[in-house]
Design a protein. Structure first.
Length: 145
């Protein structure tokens, strides 16, 4: 199958699964799941490679937050099957990357991949919240015994 045939197959499968896929100006497939925008990046030179991305789900607003985000991303990647969570300059993203030599197998993996991306983002957010709470002072303040 060539890139156009694979795009068509992915678009058709996503529509059958209840998503509303669209093609962007780069030839990538964009769709929403539970209010989050995801996209499948297409690689014409490697049609067996599948990359599903959940972009920019956590904005990084300071260098201190970047340090925490890197820790949380490492944690989320470690505890989530298949998903990679990583930081960019100002955001945090998640992706699923795999080889899919038989494009027709896409229908068998897409929902699990979308779920894994959400799980990765959730693990990341939970770890961020946990670390932020650890840094907050106690409501009683510090003891001066």
């Amino acid at each position: 199958m060539n890139e156009e045939q694979i795009q068509a197959l992915y678009m058709e499968t996503l529509a059958e699964e209840g998503y509303r896929p669209k093609m962007d100006e780069d030839g990538d497939i964009v769709f929403k799941s539970e209010g989050k925008t995801l996209y499948i990046r297409m690689y014409p030179d490697d049609t067996e490679y599948l990359q599903l991305v959940l972009p920019n789900f956590w904005k990084i607003e300071s260098e201190e937050e970047r340090e925490l985000a890197n820790i949380a991303a490492n944690y989320a990647t470690r505890v989530t099957k298949v998903a990679k969570v990583f930081t960019t300059k100002a955001n945090t993203c998640a992706s699923i990357e795999m080889f899919l030599p038989v494009p027709e197998q896409f229908a068998k993996v897409i929902n699990r991949c979308v779920c894994a991306l959400r799980n990765g983002a959730e693990h990341f957010a939970e770890k961020m919240q946990e670390m932020e709470q650890e840094d907050e002072p106690s409501e009683f303040g510090e003891s001066e015994d």
